[in-house]
Design a protein around this ligand. Structure first.
Ligand code: MN
Length: 730
């Protein structure tokens, strides 16, 4: 156990690279403020609460980040756990510090659930936070490291839950940021709680022959040092390397190996000053000991996507034993250990802008760049681009090669089409086939690590079609294909609009009109028409009536009836477009009056929800919430728009919620109180433990509308130990 850190330790660490008194004062005053505000609070370990932010701040100082981020580390729990407001933080420490703390707090509020969907949600939230400011995630990661180090003080059910979340969310994130040391620690502690037996097993195996192994490594190290000195390599360091417990376990299970078969357990790392020396040393090593075929990897020429660079080789060393040798420069070694954080090392005389730093990182990490782009697009075209990009980032990866030997990484399940789009959009659009390891494969082939992939293209090929959307796995490829398809759809509508307009001109006996961009813009600009193409497009999709437009352009309409011109509905639909009084549910359907309407039993819509109607053979129209999964796979043709009548007041609607919470005394009573504080009626309530040992409370209630339900949910959320609340969809 390392000694507990004090503010003096943090300042000493910081002084290794910070000298400006202003910077040190910022850290000191953040500490004093946090200390004061957390006064009287304690960690589960019975340490005063301030110990936790101090440890986080110390780790941040070790990474040599900016003083702002260290201050934010000291203050990171203050918005959540004390009465301090964000405004106070802005006043005291500036907007930058306040924003980081606020960001960390928002991620913390996301309570984790075991369900796949909930995990996806936490991934998304954390990705969005990263897109806004990647420093938030750095603080959050170190916050998690310290929470894992003190996990022993949590009750068993929390240990499991936190360990699982760490394994699913934070360790992959650290990996993607190239922060190997943090990733290894997070994995090993999680593993210890999630599978104590296997953990002890491997721990014991590693320790069993530890002394023998250490002696072997020592001898090999001595021999290497002689070799390097004889060959005039001036500056170098040689370290023995320990593989982390969880990665040994993963290797054993994924490759079905026995412990004895894992030979990179004994690894030596040689660190030198220049890249030339790396290759020089590699030559010396290979000259002395036989390399094992296919085990040499040059990650200097082709770095891993998380920026890792190194030479790897495995040789038969002294006494016939097998050693993995890694050779890299000092700079590469820093990046290998600390990942992106190594790029953040703060220099006092430089002016920093958080935005610029984001862009610098984006230039280095491909996935981060994609993330920024998609976060910007928001939820426009695709239903949710983040949903797909999170898969790219968190799902296991395969590494494949271009014919030139560049390494590209893809999520599991990616196909040659994903590869093609990664190379270049034009390559993707003209792909006709793929060759993997010299053999022709179908485009649906699933890429495997080590594959060498070559793409066949043809200029005359028509390009993407709908089916491709199902083949590709990466958000990048999906996005590119969708935009081509949209373009094609638009082209088709433009040409059919043009045909229709010309037909009408003939039919109405209008002599050729002289049309140009300016003219159509003058007449139809307010409908988004900027040029002729837009004009035909609007006609093609039936948003502007060809007949009305023709007459108007020919000057035959003096005073225009806008309604006549803009036909939002086909004539037949228009006939129906009278609004009928709402039924006793407060729902009306355009054009239909006597239909039976029923609220779906699966998602229980209440007044104010986003809804959609489904024309059901037996029941008339069944109204679902838009987010209800039962609306997804059904026949699209049978959906119909339905609306809540805004004037409708009456009625209550039945709906159900589930509340996931820590199991403690009185918590259900507090929930009932919170519900009773607003105008809802509890019809049924039941509680029980779920398999993680948390309390799952189901409430069926009558509510007048969505806003009342929202207030009720907000009140329950304020109860301490409540993790999450969900509306039930069956
Ligand atoms: Mn914390």
């Amino acid at each position: 156990m390392e000694a507990k850190k004090t503010i003096a330790d943090v300042l000493n660490k910081a002084q290794e690279y910070l000298h400006n008194s202003k910077n040190l004062e910022l850290i000191q005053s953040a500490y004093e403020f946090a200390h004061l505000k957390h006064e009287g609070q304690f960690r589960k370990s019975s340490d005063p609460y301030i110990q936790h932010p101090l440890e986080v701040a110390y780790m941040l100082a070790e990474l040599q980040v900016s003083p702002t981020v260290i201050a934010a580390g000291l203050l990171h729990d203050i918005l959540e756990d004390t009465d301090v407001s964000k405004e106070q933080l802005i006043d005291g420490f500036g907007l930058d510090v306040a924003n980081i703390v606020d960001g960390v707090t928002k991620i913390s509020k996301l309570k984790y659930m075991t369900k796949e969907k909930a995990l996806a949600k936490s991934h998304q939230k954390i990705l969005l936070a990263m897109a806004k400011d990647i420093r938030v995630v750095l603080v959050k990661l170190l916050d998690r490291v310290h929470n894992m180090r003190t996990l022993e003080f949590q009750p068993h059910d929390k240990q499991i839950k936190i360990a699982k979340e760490t394994m699913d969310l934070y360790a992959p994130l650290a990996h993607r940021l190239g922060m190997y040391r943090i990733k290894a620690e997070l994995e090993d502690i999680s593993f210890k709680y999630l599978d104590p037996e296997q953990y002890q097993n491997i721990f014991a195996l590693i320790n069993q022959q530890k002394t023998v192994r250490e002696e072997d490594i020592r001898q090999m190290q001595v021999r290497l040092e002689e070799l390097l000195s004889q060959n005039h390599i001036e500056k170098y360091d040689i370290k023995g390397r320990v593989k982390n417990i969880y990665s040994v376990y993963k290797k054993m299970t994924s490759k079905d190996l026995d412990f004895d078969q894992i030979y990179d357990l004994m690894a030596l790392r040689i660190i030198v000053s220049t890249i030339e020396s790396c290759y020089h040393v590699l030559g010396l090593v290979h000259g002395h000991w036989t390399p094992i075929p296919k085990r040499f990897k040059d990650y200097i020429a082709t770095p891993k996507p998380n920026l890792y660079q190194s030479l790897h080789s495995t040789v038969v060393g002294l006494n016939g034993k097998i050693y993995e040798i890694q050779i890299r420069t000092y700079e590469m070694d820093e990046i290998a250990e600390f990942g992106i954080a190594a790029h953040w090392v703060y220099k006092e005389n430089k002016v920093y802008s958080p935005q610029e730093q984001q862009l610098e990182i984006a230039a280095k990490l491909r996935w981060y760049k994609e993330l920024l782009t998609y976060a910007e697009i928001g939820e426009s075209e695709d239903s949710d681009p983040l949903e797909t990009i999170r898969e790219d980032i968190f799902s296991a990866n395969v590494y494949v090669f271009t014919p030139k030997g560049d390494v590209l990484d893809f999520p599991t399940g990616a196909t040659p089409l994903d590869f093609a789009y990664r190379i270049h959009t034009e390559v993707g659009n003209h792909t006709t086939g793929a060759i993997v390891n010299g053999k022709i494969v179908p485009l649906t082939y699933k890429l495997k690590t080590g594959d060498v992939v070559e793409i066949k293209t043809s200029k005359s090929f028509v390009g993407p079609n709908e089916a491709w959307l199902k083949i590709v796995k990466t958000s990048h490829a999906k996005h590119k294909i969708t935009s081509v398809l949209n373009r094609l759809k638009r082209d088709a509508l433009v040409s059919s609009g043009k045909e229709e307009f010309e037909r009408i001109l003939k039919q109405e006996n209008i002599p050729q009109l002289k049309l140009d961009d300016k003219l159509v813009n003058a007449h139809f600009g307010k409908y988004g028409v900027n040029n002729l193409e837009d004009f035909y497009f609007e006609i093609g999709k039936n948003a502007i009536s060809a007949k009305g437009a023709a007459n108007r352009l020919a000057g035959r309409m003096e005073k225009l009836d806008e309604e006549a011109l803009i036909k939002q509905y086909s004539d037949e639909e228009k006939k129906k477009k009278t609004r009928h009084p709402a039924n006793d549910l407060g729902i009306y359907v355009e054009g239909l009056s006597k239909t039976q309407i029923k609220l779906a039993n699966c998602c229980h819509p209440i007044f104010g929800d986003d809804i959609v109607g489904y024309v059901s053979k037996g029941y008339g129209i069944v109204v679902h919430r838009l987010e209800c999964h039962n609306t997804r796979h059904s026949d699209e043709q049978r959906f119909i728009e339905v609306f809540w009548d805004p004037d409708f007041t009456r009625k209550s609607y039945e709906t159900s919620i589930t509340i996931l919470s820590f199991d403690r005394r009185n918590i259900v009573a507090e929930m009932i109180n919170a519900l009773n504080s607003v105008a809802v009626t509890i019809k049924h309530i039941s509680s029980g433990k779920n398999k993680d040992g948390d309390l799952l409370t189901k409430v069926r209630l009558d509510v007048p509308n969505l806003s009342t339900l929202k207030t009720a949910i907000a009140n329950i959320k304020k109860i301490s130990d409540v993790h999450s609340i969900e509306r039930v969809i069956k």
